[in-house]
Design a protein around this ligand. Structure first.
Ligand SMILES: Nc1ncnc2c1ncn2[C@@H]1O[C@H](COP(=O)(O)OP(=O)(O)OP(=O)(O)O)[C@@H](O)[C@H]1O
Ligand SMILES: O=C(O)C1=C[C@@H](O)[C@@H](O)[C@H](O)C1
Ligand SMILES: [Mg+2]
Length: 174
């Protein structure tokens, strides 16, 4: 792999899960911006947002994106990375951007089963199903604008990985 592959999409679409599996299959490096950011900050996203606010988290997220893009592996991003026009253009120019797209009910089911509140503090204060619907309505166009490819993320992780391998014509074992 000569350039980074950025996985984008809403909370619960499987960026971390699929990214790890794709990196394992393709023997690539893997980095997750949410994990990297929390490790380097020494606190959770919920703590950052509570103590510093969302703007500070977003600034940290852009700095993280720039730092991790030195690697040419698989980069799982945070769900809101596309809110910044700078981030969208940066990812498109530096690598290949894949939107893992899934319908609201699929996302809600996954997030209710695994809320991970430390990494996913509420964005709207609304119940999860309302929040996912509202946030996706606002962001779907931005994910599509940033993406070179859109992949159906409602399938199993192994199937999603195979779709990515096919779309990018990657020479990875199946
Ligand atoms: N394709 C899939 N099929 C079934 N479950 C999945 C799939 N992808 C992810 N999951 C499950 O959904 C939950 C959320 O997945 P994951 O953390 O990978 O999402 P994410 O896109 O990285 O979210 P975030 O933006 O919050 O980082 C996890 O419990 C994971 O096991
Ligand atoms: O959708 C979002 O805005 C977010 C998604 C998570 O991956 C984290 O990056 C954070 O909780 C913000
Ligand atoms: Mg993730």
């Amino acid at each position: 792999m000569t350039q980074p592959i950025f996985l984008i999409g809403p909370r619960g679409c499987g960026k971390t899960t699929v990214g790890l599996e794709l990196a394992r299959l393709c023997q690539s490096q893997f980095v997750d911006t949410d994990h990297w950011l929390q490790t380097h900050a020494g606190k959770s996203i919920a703590e950052i947002v509570e103590q510093e606010g969302w703007d500070s988290f977003r600034a940290r997220e852009t700095a993280t994106l720039e730092a991790v893009t030195a690697t040419s592996g698989i980069i799982a991003t945070g769900g809101g990375i596309i809110l910044s026009a700078y981030n969208r253009q940066f990812m498109r120019e530096k690598g290949i951007v894949i939107y893992l797209s899934a319908p609201v009910p699929v996302l809600v089911e996954r997030l209710e089963a695994s809320p991970e509140e430390g990494q996913r503090p509420t964005l709207t204060g609304k119940p999860i199903s309302e929040e996912v619907s509202a946030v996706l309505a606002e962001r779907d166009a931005l994910y599509r604008e940033a993406a070179h490819h859109v992949v159906d993320a409602s399938l199993t992780p192994a199937q999603v990985v195979q779709h990515i391998v096919r779309v990018l014509d990657l020479a990875c074992a199946s």
